[in-house]
Design a protein around this ligand. Structure first.
Ligand SMILES: Cc1cc2nc3c(=O)[nH]c(=O)nc-3n(C[C@H](O)[C@H](O)[C@H](O)COP(=O)(O)OP(=O)(O)OC[C@H]3O[C@@H](n4cnc5c(N)ncnc54)[C@H](O)[C@@H]3O)c2cc1C
Length: 365
């Protein structure tokens, strides 16, 4: 049986980014993805400047179908009474990218650099031998010197490795759908209501994505796309009569905690490695940053036997990047959950755009 250097489970943005980076550094890499690619997924689809720069470094940007994307210049908060605060992102700004187009670009780049991509291949279990990891799939076993789990929020591999930690805080969920309408603003708009946020991302010349985030138990009755939209009368009015451009897709619970990112011959990356919330729109940027760091470390780590110790620099890099993301996301969540505090703070930021911009630049830099 062929033995790969690296087997990546999950062909989402994180898995493909690790595979591209590792293969570009000479490793023989296979990606095992249970779905067909390119794949759609519930996502707000806003790529922050650092994520955009990572996509460029990965060599995937030239493969991106620009018709399936739209640039945005900043973030605008919109409150119930119509008050707003807006700030510009650092140059070159962000890009709203339809998820299928992002997946297509990463898949094309992965194939270009020589990644072996097996779609419709679900990994069922894994076990270690002294010098490798054996993966069981419906199509037979796969052997590799190193296993990278990029299998998303629920990560069965994180659980199987005993790295899952129960999250004790509030359970938050997300839903998204697209509409055929020209973006009415060059900003990503985050609309606040009690217990729910809606964010609108331009994702094409005639497409906007609308994503809702809410906390379990805060929204009464049956939660659905239309009931959530009804909580935002301004958005409901704007979108009345507009043709939907996608199916409703959901995800959650969002917050996930892992005890550690690495074990012998094993690493977690992307949402599988830990996630706080989608409210700051940083999941993709975080996934790319960590995936690149892991992919660059792997050749050296494999020479050292891919031990827990050899993979430790990746854990350190993850901690550094994640800490900042977690801190800012928790701060914004705290505000979102306390409308009486959030309203004056957003009003203040509206009157002092320089302050909002300074905060934004510090967060997304
Ligand atoms: C509502 C919502 C809005 C968001 N908005 C934004 C935003 O605006 N900007 C942003 O940057 N981020 C956003 N995010 C976060 C972003 O979508 C994620 O951070 C990103 O998708 C993480 O990528 P990933 O590759 O880690 O996981 P995923 O994209 O979930 O990929 C995991 C892959 O693993 C595969 N898989 C799982 N198990 C197996 C198995 N056993 N065998 C084989 N394959 C398997 C799955 O099929 C899947 O393709 C949002 C998330 C949500 C839920």
């Amino acid at each position: 049986m062929k033995r790969y250097d690296v087997a990546v489970v999950g062909g989402g943005p994180a898995g493909l980014a690790v595979a591209i980076t590792a293969t570009s550094r000479g490793l023989n890499t296979v990606v095992l993805e249970r779905a067909a690619v390119p794949a759609d997924k519930a996502c707000g689809e806003g790529l922050m400047p650092s994520g955009l720069a990572a996509l460029d470094r990965l060599g995937a940007l030239p493969h991106l179908d620009r018709k399936e994307s739209a640039p945005f210049v900043g973030i605008r908060y919109v409150q119930e009474d119509g008050t707003t605060a807006e700030g510009l992102l650092p140059a070159p700004g962000g890009l709203g990218v339809r998820r299928v187009a992002l997946s297509s670009a990463l898949v094309a780049r992965a194939r270009e650099v020589g990644v072996e991509l097996r779609e419709r291949t679900q990994v069922l279990s894994h076990r270690r031998s002294p010098d490798a990891v054996m993966l069981e799939t419906a199509d037979g076993p796969v052997e590799a010197r190193m296993l990278v789990a990029a299998d998303g929020l629920g990560s069965p591999l994180r659980r199987a490795e005993g790295l899952d930690v129960e999250f004790a805080g509030p359970r938050r969920f997300g839903l998204r759908r697209h509409f055929q309408v020209a973006p009415w603003t060059p900003y990503v708009e985050v609309h606040f209501a009690d217990g729910v946020e809606a964010y609108v991302t331009p994702a094409g010349a005639r497409r906007v994505g609308l994503a809702f985030l809410w906390e379990d138990g805060v929204v009464e009755g049956r939660v659905g796309f239309d009931t959530l939209l009804a909580r935002f009368p301004r958005l409901a009015e704007r979108l009345a009569g507009m043709e939907p451009d996608s199916q409703v897709r959901g995800a959650g619970p969002l917050a996930r905690v892992a005890r550690a990112r690495v074990a012998d011959r094993f690493a977690l990356v992307g949402d599988a490695a830990g996630y706080v919330d989608a409210l700051t729109g940083e999941g993709l940027s975080l996934a790319f940053a960590c995936a690149e760091s892991l992919g660059m470390l792997l050749p050296d780590a494999l020479v050292k036997g891919a031990t827990h110790e050899a993979l430790r620099p990746y854990e350190a890099c993850f901690q550094r990047v994640f800490r900042k993301y977690a801190w800012t996301t928790q701060a914004l969540l705290m505000l979102a959950r306390r409308p009486r505090l959030r309203r004056p703070v957003v009003r203040l930021l509206g009157k002092a755009p320089w302050l909002f911009e300074r905060i934004l630049h510090a967060v997304v830099a």
